[in-house]
Design a protein around this ligand. Structure first.
Ligand code: UDP
Ligand code: MG
Length: 313
């Protein structure tokens, strides 16, 4: 059986169309399946639509969060409650085209691969500034971390149970799925497709939201920002030593004219800034450690039509 996980946050405009398209495509695939609709604290009629779909079709299960926990939590809830031997995650807005499901299923059926991941081959229809930062982000994170993250990779991915168990075993609170998928490894087939526009509704990501998510991704999968403090410290010490030598020798040769107040101040400010910046980096990691040690649940499900639902994890 295939479990289809769909995180939904305010998706009343596209959900019916999504369900229709999915059902049509799954007929083509022809395998038994369940659809796990995760309502991530929507403020519109998404939940109402979900219960309606669940009444019509017994393959549809809905899980409704007690508030908005974010897409990462929604995916985690999906993985936790999925019962299939194969699991696929996809967005509700049809930007992860259901027509690819058949091909993904066929590739997995050969047994040569453990997961089929998808990648946008272009960024058509996206703001140029956003594309630019996205590209830079992938360059930086791949240089700094050991999780290899493909540029343009989507969360749209079909995988075997083994990989799902591996993902579930990563219980970290600060989740960054693109990194987690890469980190667990397994044999992955990459499928390219052209970028699709949202079928309706609007994106949940602001530029700054995305920026913060990117920083989170780097901090979650790399320790190299921490070594920035050590390296710049060593560099500064050496520089200061050379400057000191210079000052002492000049004093011995030319005497002691009092000068250079402005340059002294600017050096002090510069070093002070560097120290604060390094402290800030440390603070980011400490904040993450703080959240991890609290061991709070990733999500709380307040309503579901699944009798064996795991409500909290
Ligand atoms: N989503 C969610 N919780 C959130 C934000 C988004 O479950 O807090 C879902 C959303 O309903 C959609 C998917 O995550 O199915 C991707 O969101 P969106 O289309 O807004 O992101 P984009 O495609 O623009 O990156
Ligand atoms: Mg989208």
């Amino acid at each position: 059986m295939l479990s289809i996980i769909v995180p939904c946050y305010n998706e009343q405009e596209v959900l019916p169309l999504f369900y229709e398209t999915l059902t049509r495509e799954m007929k083509e695939v022809g395998c038994p399946y369940e659809v796990l609709l995760i309502n991530d604290g929507s403020k519109d009629d998404t939940l109402k639509l979900m219960t309606k779909l669940a009444d019509q079709d017994e393959r549809v299960k809905y899980y409704s969060f007690s508030r908005n926990f974010g897409k990462e939590a929604a995916m985690y809830a999906g993985f936790t409650n999925a019962k299939g031997d194969y699991v696929v995650v996809m967005d509700a807005d049809l930007q992860d085209p259901p027509r690819l499901l058949k091909q993904m299923w066929e590739i997995l059926s050969t047994g040569e691969y453990d997961s089929v991941a998808t990648r946008r081959s272009d960024r058509k229809g996206e703001a140029p500034l956003r594309s630019f930062f996205a590209r830079k982000f992938y360059q930086v994170i791949n240089r700094m971390s050991d999780a290899d993250i493909m540029d343009g990779a989507r969360d749209f991915r079909m995988m075997r149970r083994e990989m799902v168990e591996a993902i579930l075993s990563m219980t970290e609170y600060n989740r960054f799925s693109k990194g987690i998928f890469g980190w667990v490894g397994f044999r992955t087939y990459w499928l390219d497709f052209e970028n699709e526009k949202r079928a309706g509704g609007s994106t949940k990501w602001s530029f700054w939201g995305l920026f913060r998510y990117a920083i989170d991704g780097i901090i979650n999968f790399s320790q190299s920002p921490l070594s920035f403090a050590s390296w710049s410290g060593i560099f500064m010490t050496m520089l200061a030593f050379v400057m000191l030598l210079f000052v002492v020798i000049r004093k011995l040769i030319f005497g002691d004219p009092v000068a250079g107040w402005a340059s002294t101040i600017s050096v002090i400010i510069f070093i002070g800034g560097l120290q604060l910046f390094s402290l800030g980096i440390m603070g980011q990691y400490i904040a993450k450690i703080y959240m991890e040690t609290k061991d709070r649940p990733h999500f709380i499900i307040s309503e579901s039509n699944d009798e064996d639902v795991k409500k909290i994890r």
